[in-house]
Design a protein around this ligand. Structure first.
Ligand SMILES: C[S@@+](CC[C@H](N)C(=O)[O-])C[C@H]1O[C@@H](n2cnc3c(N)ncnc32)[C@H](O)[C@@H]1O
Length: 303
């Protein structure tokens, strides 16, 4: 019986891996919506048999703790993937504008996705670039910071697949660690760029992340050149607190988008009702810009 169960488990693990790989192909071929549909397919045909919402919420502290299995990754995407993607896409468009830019300009952009999970914020950014920007001469340096090995592997796979939809030169750096370890050991990781974009998607409500805000601000001011911070999260008090704290602690910033509520309609699969539904996703957003110059940096270090 045990041997049979093991064989069944291995079979189901293989089947789940195949579903995820199929979903990643859909992302590459057709974009995020079809990827989401395929991940829902993986949930409906495999994951629902072994993992329900209460067990998932309990094991992951309602998705704040690092995920530990592919089953958890699939249920996370089914529950939140589409609304997180739609919310982050909306905020990027709000901050960066919805005008198509056809001029081919050479740009090097660093993108740091903090607590990236399955890189939904990075995928939303790539999707924005695909739609609105002439990226022919772009170099995009992704820096994915995430303590869960399982989700970081998926993040690298998904950013690779999505990047192949645009002709930009994309380089992915991965950091399988917490924010505190990233700030301590990798603070020199970013190469010189025209812009550095700092993405915070559903992470500023996490205690361990909030505790790092003073070090994070020092870090953000130590990177040469133009910086853009984009933060989005749910309308929880902890999240408002995280966004406000980050805004207050960063000096000399231009507020492109102040901390504000918003909502967006998404077509999502409800695992509670076992069907697709149209639902409003409520969020809070913030967009800040600033420029650091080397002389600023020297003054800061000297001080
Ligand atoms: C709610 S999920 C958000 C994931 C992703 N950014 C998104 O929008 O879908 C929170 C993420 O923060 C990560 N995380 C938890 N503690 C962290 C820490 N101390 N440093 C960095 N990331 C952390 C978790 O592993 C998880 O991937």
């Amino acid at each position: 019986m045990i041997a049979f169960n093991r064989a069944a488990n291995t079979q189901s693990a293989q089947s789940l891996a195949e579903h995820i790989s199929h979903a990643a192909e859909q992302l590459q071929l057709h974009g995020f919506d079809r990827y989401y549909n395929a991940m829902v397919g993986a949930y409906v045909s495999e994951v629902y048999k072994t993992l329900n919402y209460p067990s998932f919420a309990n094991a992951t502290n309602r998705a704040q703790a690092p995920l530990t299995s592919l089953e958890q990754a699939v249920i996370y995407t089914t529950l939140y993937g589409k609304s997180h993607f739609d919310r982050f896409s909306e905020v990027i468009a709000q901050i960066m504008g919805k005008n198509k830019r056809s001029e081919a300009i050479a740009r090097t952009i660093n993108i740091v996705d903090y607590g990236c999970g399955q890189a939904i914020a990075s995928l939303a950014l790539l999707s924005y670039l695909e739609k609105y920007v002439n990226w022919e001469n772009f170099t995009l340096n992704f820096h994915l910071v995430e303590p869960s090995r399982t989700t970081l592997d998926l993040a690298v796979l998904l950013v690779t697949k999505m990047s192949s939809r645009i002709a930009a030169n994309v380089v992915i750096h991965q950091y399988n660690k917490s924010l505190s370890d990233f700030l301590e050991y990798d603070s020199e990781a970013l190469a010189t760029a025209d812009y550095s974009m700092h993405l915070f998607s559903n992470v500023l409500d996490i205690d361990a992340v909030q505790q790092q805000i003073p070090s994070l601000c020092k870090y953000l001011h130590s990177i040469e050149g133009k910086q853009m911070v984009i933060a989005v999260g749910p309308q929880y008090s902890n999240n408002y607190q995280g966004l406000q704290q980050l805004k207050r602690s960063l000096n000399d910033v231009t507020v492109k988008q102040d901390v504000a509520d918003f909502s967006i309609e998404s077509e999502i699969y409800s695992i509670k009702n076992n069907h697709w539904q149209h639902s409003a996703s409520y969020g809070v957003m913030m967009g800040l810009c600033f420029k650091n110059t080397l002389s600023d940096k020297n003054i800061k270090i000297a001080a």
